[in-house]
Design a protein around this ligand. Structure first.
Ligand SMILES: [Zn+2]
Length: 363
């Protein structure tokens, strides 16, 4: 999809939007990764790497190298690229830089609010010290919010194939940072937890305790579900308390499930380009985004890993219009969903929805 060049309409550009399914590590542009690779052109130190990664992993990359790295056509290729990025994210300053640049990119897309996953599971797995990394993330968030006026909340993401104990540690960390921030300032940027990774190697039921623990500590719950597994994985995510669903691509294999999602208005974080690039959806015309919308499911549009999929939120909206025939009014409804389905408080949601309404009276 990175080869698709199309013009984004002025309507889409001006539409205030929120992005609810966005991995921080997937926003690292070829330029930034090349920059980081010059800084960290040595393999990850072995003592910091409990699981012995390929020793060639630290090689220096040019922008063209990264562009090639991002040109995969299947899930394995995507995982390799994701790994190449995380291997070059080492210091708190690296995380500060990519957070700041992510907010800058969001501002360019007229995204006013984002809820970004940070792969805390991967940071643990690498044996990296999260404490200082979190300080870097927060510095990037605070300066980015100030400079670009984009609000950002964190969702700590666990990797399901690392198992239930590792996921619990991620939730525990989310609880600790949230409570610390609440005690210090009365507000927290850590809003929830999620599980990502290979659904076939980590059924939702394994994470029931983790989700219960997080919910009991006022964290919100989302889960990648129905991306590379069937409807059973989506029902499983709902059964452990997921309030939003990442992808939900395969929900349509189960009519009862679609009816349930529509009736309960469970938000689905749809990521069209991602599904094509990972091969989870073979042909764009088979993507169920419009069918879900027409069936009354509360969908949102998202980029997942925009730099790695050669997309942006405006492009996803334009793609929805060009390929699936969503009208401007329908796209506005999707933008409205994106604020309503966010984990913001009621008052903040109203503020953003007012912005959206003000834009519609202008148009
Ligand atoms: Zn994702």
């Amino acid at each position: 999809m990175s080869g698709l060049f199309f013009n984004v309409s002025p309507f889409i550009r001006a539409l205030p939007k929120a992005e609810l399914h966005l991995h921080l590590e997937g926003t690292v542009s070829p330029q930034t990764l090349s920059e980081l690779s010059r800084k960290h052109n040595t393999p990850m130190p072995v003592e910091n790497n409990r699981y012995a990664i390929n020793p060639d992993s630290g090689s220096e990359l040019t922008v063209a190298d990264v562009e090639r790295l991002y040109e995969y056509t299947d899930f394995q290729g995507f995982l390799m690229a994701f790994k190449a990025v995380t291997e070059r994210l080492r210091t708190p300053e690296d995380y500060e830089l990519i957070t700041y640049r992510m907010l800058q990119q969001l501002r360019d897309e007229n995204v006013f609010h984002a809820e970004a996953f940070v792969s805390v599971g991967v940071i643990h797995w690498r044996g990296q010290e999260f404490e200082h990394i979190f300080e870097g993330l927060e510095r990037g968030r605070i300066t980015g919010e100030r400079d670009f006026g984009v609000s950002l909340l964190w969702i700590f993401d666990a990797v399901r194939n690392f198992g239930a104990d590792e996921a619990y540690k991620v939730a525990d960390e989310a609880v600790a940072y949230r409570e610390r921030q609440l005690a210090e300032t009365g507000k927290s940027s850590v809003v929830g937890i999620g599980i990502g990774g290979d659904e076939l190697r980590g059924a939702p039921e394994l994470f029931r305790n983790t989700y219960r623990y997080a919910a009991n500590h006022d964290l919100r719950l989302t889960a990648h579900a129905g991306e590379n597994a069937g409807p059973g994985s989506i029902w499983g995510a709902l059964n452990i308390g997921a309030e939003r669903l990442g992808h939900g691509l395969n929900a349509f294999q189960d009519a009862e499930l679609i009816e349930h999602l529509a009736e309960k208005q469970i938000p689905v974080e749809v990521c069209i380009s991602s599904n094509l690039r990972t091969g989870c959806c073979k042909r764009i015309e088979d993507h169920p985004v419009k069918k879900m919308f027409d069936a009354g499911v509360m969908i949102t549009l998202n980029t997942d890993d925009p730099a790695m999929f050669g997309t942006s939120l405006n492009k996803e909206y334009q793609l929805a219009q060009d390929v699936f025939g969503f009208s401007d009014e329908q796209l506005r409804e999707i933008a409205r969903n994106s604020f309503e389905a966010s984990f913001l408080g009621a008052e903040e949601k109203v503020g953003f929805l007012d912005l959206l309404d003000a834009q519609s009276t202008k148009a």
